[in-house]
Write a protein that binds this ligand. Sequence first.
Ligand code: DP6
Length: 334
Amino acid sequence: MSGKATVVAPANIAFIKYWGAKDLDQAVPVNTSVSMTLSECTSLSTVEFLDGGDGPDRIEIVGDGGSLTLPDAAFRERIERHLERVRRWTGRAGRFRVATRNSFPTGAGLASSASGFAALAIASTRALGLTLDVPELSTLARMSGSGSAARSVLGGYVEWSWDGGPGGHATSLASASHWDLRDVIAIVETGTKEVSSLEGHRRAPSSPHYEARLSALPARLDTVRRAIAARDLSMLGPVLEEEAIELHLIAMSSRPPIFYWKPGTLRVLEALRRGRETGLAAWATMDAGANVHVICTPSAEKEVVRILEGVAEVADVVLDGVGQGPREEREHLF
Ligand code: DP6
């Protein structure tokens, strides 16, 4: 039996970061993380399964204007390994054809594997005629090696808990309609980052600050959960910014050190700090890169955009916000 499915899955921005792994290959995290699923930054993936077909899987990236390109060798290998895992997981022999398109411009420094691997996990199992539940999809997405993909299988506010078991999976803390938060993204770097998250996870335990972060996390997680439940940005904001700075402190003090920040990152943080002195309610978080995600409510969004556009190093401002999570589409990419 052959089948085809197309799925859109969103990226997510972590409030409490996944940083450091017990098993990097299958993304078994050292700590629990919490994120907000986005609405505009998405990956769309069409997957076709040809039962019994042999030969290599066919993997293509759909670029602007519909142009088809092949992924680079490292990315192709990650996708192939993931498809092999899906075959093993489901016990089916056959060949996949995959095409993927991102909603955000490639090279905007936003490309996260989270949306891509979440879309691939859902579309590939749908192409096989299977409907996995959320824990299974989240686990399958995480096993791609992109841990943050575990959280992109759900919308709204999501926790990926690690309870000492085989790696954990995502659960919902609150739906998107619970709280309309925005993510105004300041693009200060457009190229691909020099050091991958994978390498960041690997080096994290070498930082003298790593253990201190782990001991601070339970209290920080508790505050983030309570702030989300109470829709209290003045409780959430300072903690999410502190958490992001600490992740980068660990990266910068890893051996050898990793500097993801660029001068524009500091300029944006400074502009926000000044804005807060005059009452602006907006706080920043950064993943393993230089771009700054500013979290605010809809009423502060315009002011945040104005502030970010006034920073010379900001090349672009992308508007996003909390989103509903993945969905299946009727229209396929091929
Ligand atoms: C800093 O290993 O999931 O974004 O595969 O590159 O998406 P990619 O990274 P992954 O690590 C994510 C690290 C992080 C924090 C987070 O999203 O939790």
